[in-house]
Write a protein of this length. Structure first.
Length: 103
C-alpha cells in the first residue's frame, strides 16, 4: 500500500491480493486518511460480488475467466468523474476514469 499526498489530494495505490476479507479495514483507512482516489489491483472479486463503499463510487473490471486478478478504482463521491469504457484487453487488465479538474 502506498499513499501519495500533494496539497489537498490523497491517492492510495493498493495491490490488494484479495479484498473481501479486508473491506472494513480498507474503508476505514480511506475515511481516516481522507483518501480521494484509490486504484486497486488484484481485488480478486467475482462479477457477482458487491463492493459497497459509502461516500465512494467503485468502478471495477473483474477477471471472469479465472479466479483472482481484476482492477478497481474507488473515487470519493465529491470528485466529478466519469468511467472510460476500455476495449477488450487481451493480455492485461485495466479500469479507467476521467477526472474533471477545476483550475
Amino acid at each position: 500500500m502506498a499513499t501519495f499526498r500533494s496539497n489537498n489530494t490523497s491517492i492510495l495505490f493498493w495491490k490488494a491480493r484479495g479484498i473481501r476479507n479486508k473491506t472494513v479495514e480498507f474503508l476505514t483507512y480511506l475515511s481516516a486518511n481522507n483518501i480521494l482516489l484509490a486504484p486497486v489491483t488484484e481485488p480478486h472479486l467475482q462479477p457477482s460480488a458487491k463492493l459497497n463503499c459509502p461516500n465512494y463510487f467503485a468502478h471495477r473490471n473483474d477477471r471472469d475467466d479465472t479466479p483472482g486478478g481484476g482492477t478497481a478504482i474507488v473515487v470519493r463521491k465529491v470528485i466529478k468523474h466519469s468511467e472510460i469504457l476500455l476495449p477488450k484487453l487481451n493480455h492485461t487488465e485495466g479500469t479507467a476514469i476521467q477526472i474533471s479538474i477545476n483550475k
